[in-house]
Design a protein. Sequence first.
Length: 316
Amino acid sequence: MTSLYQDLPHGVTVVDTGFVRPRFDASYLIIENGRAAFVDTGPNNAVPRLLAALEAHGLDRSDVDYVIPTHVHLDHAGGAGLLLREAPRAKLVIHPRGARHMIDPSVLMEGVRAVYGEEVAARDYGELVPAPAERVMTTSEDMVLELGGRPLRFMDTPGHARHHHCIWDEASRGWFTGDTFGIAYPELHTAQGPYMVPATSPVQFDPEALHASVARLLDAQPAQMYLTHYGAVHDAEKLAVQLLAQIDAMVLAARELQAAPDRHDRLKRAFADIYLSELRRHGAADSEEKLLALLATDVELNAQGLGSWLDAERSG
């Protein structure tokens, strides 16, 4: 293991993209019979790390067959176009709802600048590189790609986003889950195992669809879940119970606060209370201040996501 990557069994390597903080955002390098694929890329700044991991495993850039973002949020797909430029034979494999944003990322870039401002957008994401249309493949339900003879199967998994798919790796009996199966920061692991944080960021969160997607992932009886945030986790049935119970509590709190004039701030407080309560039950001993600092971005984005969901439900 190095500070940049960790080799797991079955030819899977988790690469720390360096986004935000150490062990926050992962890309996965899969190697089979001298052929390689990356699942999720991190932002542009991560691409040198991905290429370094490839080189450390004795592979050339021309050995990369596929670049596979789980969805088009930029902590997962921001570096995809640049990585394609560096890996001349690779195809971009993307959910059909996300393909146009990879071919023409201008809307994604405008959204990032609107939310974070020009300076932060430039620092964290750079300028997105378009993916050449002729190198883009879209997925369909149960589609199988062969990587050096190794089957990778795709499942449409809405809930976090409608442009999200997960990838089943039969060789390791594991799912590459993007954000569908939530988040498990290593800093929040306890003696009871990982603590699962829901990922309900705007604007396409759908709790009913997410429940269904998680159930379908569990149907495969996975041995592990490869989380983008962060690393491989096991005991998926147990983790799913924790994840979905918190989502249900968040949805209940959101419904109760739907008409509140200060709804966003009250959603943030309610969600922080839900997470702190579950963390204490889970054996977390750190101070409330430290725990909330680690979860501050998630509290903010999840409150935005539930607010967007409430508004869409009311207008629909």
